[in-house]
Write a protein that binds this ligand. Sequence first.
Ligand code: UT7
Length: 328
Amino acid sequence: MGLHPVGIVGTGKYVPERILSNKDLEAMVETNDEWIVTRTGIKERRIAAAEEATSDLALHASRLAIEAAGLTAEDIDLIIVATVTPDTLFPSTACLLQEKLGAKKAAAFDLSAACSGFIYGLATGSSMISTGMYKHVLVVGAETLSRITDYTDRNTCILFGDGAGAVVLGQVAEGRGFQSFEIGADGSGGDLLKVSGGGSRLPATAESVEQKQHYIHMAGNDVFKFAVRIMGSAAEEALLKAGITKDDIDLLVPHQANIRIIQSALNRLSLSEDKAMINLNNYGNMSAASIPVALAEAVEQNRVKEGDCVLLVGFGGGLTWGASVLTW
Ligand code: UT7
């Protein structure tokens, strides 16, 4: 793929301290631990402190990723932050992060592709290195979903959590790094998962707040069906493009939305559960942050070794999806 081989040369993650457990949610909405665990696999999630915003979570994860890459912030040429919960409409969270990191030489922009945003970011950043335009790109998935979650809606509030994951992309040896990308979108499904208010269509008004238009609204069942279908097909497409088969996969790092969605992807790829990095029990769905946090934990736990074949796959609002095959 491309002129120069590009791969991940450092990873980092950060999750806020505060834990919101299923038991805590039982006191907030009509739900119970058993329902949440059997229907989603989630046990607890992290919630950002009042003074923490997305760029703060991103900062911690980014510092770790840059350090792991053996670089300093001044070595970063471009910062891409994938998020649906930016600190502000503008400036971008990537610009806020650039300032906090002291990454003076870096260009910076946000990328909006919901839960698929991190894989979209990898595809964008790696292309820019592959062509020789940049040497080091910081790609971050960071979310404070608790700020757009309606904690009176049991259909959504049990699912989401806050966190950030970051990677540094750089040139790697021949045969290593990204082998393929498969990213896609189907805008006809946009209404299935959205925040309607706060943009140019429906600016914030007392009425829009009253009507809860600034919170996530989701047709859970329809998104579930889409997810099951697309996780399998996006993964297979990425494998095909990389010229490998499912037997070659050493580790699957899926978007962490629902254990049943992950299990269906494993079935489709005929993989056993020990081949998947699963941490949604601890963090819930962190949208764009889910895959990079899971990847950073896989690295921490020595679950990826040099030469391993890693498959990343996710889906989300838009609707969007993304998958990538890389040789570690
Ligand atoms: O990153 C992408 C974002 N989104 C997703 O990935 C979400 C994909 N969707 C899902 O994960 C699942 O659809 C959910 C976990 C959201 C819901 O699970 P489900 O198996 O699709 O349940 P359902 O929506 O069909 O609801 C089944 C029942 C309903 O009761 P009735 O109508 O059958 O009486 C719900 O009202 O479960 C009820 N229910 C709950 N009960 C206890 C819904 N939420 C809860 C809850 N606690 N929190």
